[in-house]
Design a protein around this ligand. Structure first.
Ligand SMILES: [Cu+2]
Length: 123
């Protein structure tokens, strides 16, 4: 085998190894969740999120509601999530889904704002 072939085989082994290591690492779950208004009702969409216990979660919260008021909240009490997002802005929330179960997602500022559920599956 010449040096070029040895180098390519080594590179292939290195990439294969990197692939195995990456598969063992926890998957980072990232969702973009958008506040929208549909026929007068305000929603966070998608309203239901599904993750595995232990997953590190990143949520990008976008407020696209054009009507007043111009700020909306996004809360998940069990994971200490409590964010306020102004119209046209994006806020990021990072947390780990450390326990399994079904948890309420809601706007802490407006009880009528339709929230959702976070389903954390036991691995
Ligand atoms: Cu709201």
């Amino acid at each position: 085998m010449n040096r070029t072939k040895i180098a390519l085989v080594s590179l292939g082994i290195a990439l294969f190894s990197a692939g195995i290591r990456a598969a063992d690492e926890p998957v980072k779950i990232e969702y973009t969740v958008v506040a929208v208004e549909i026929e007068g009702a305000k929603f966070w969409l998608p309203n239901d999120l599904i993750v595995n216990k232990g997953d590190p979660i990143k949520l990008n919260l976008v407020n696209n509601i054009k009507s007043e008021p111009n700020t909306h909240g996004y809360s998940i009490d069990e994971f200490g999530v409590k964010q306020v997002v102004a119209r046209g802005e994006t806020r990021t929330v990072v947390f780990t889904a450390s326990k399994a179960g079904l948890f309420k997602i809601y706007c802490q500022m407006h009880p009528k704002h339709i929230g959702g559920r976070l389903l954390v599956l036991e691995k």
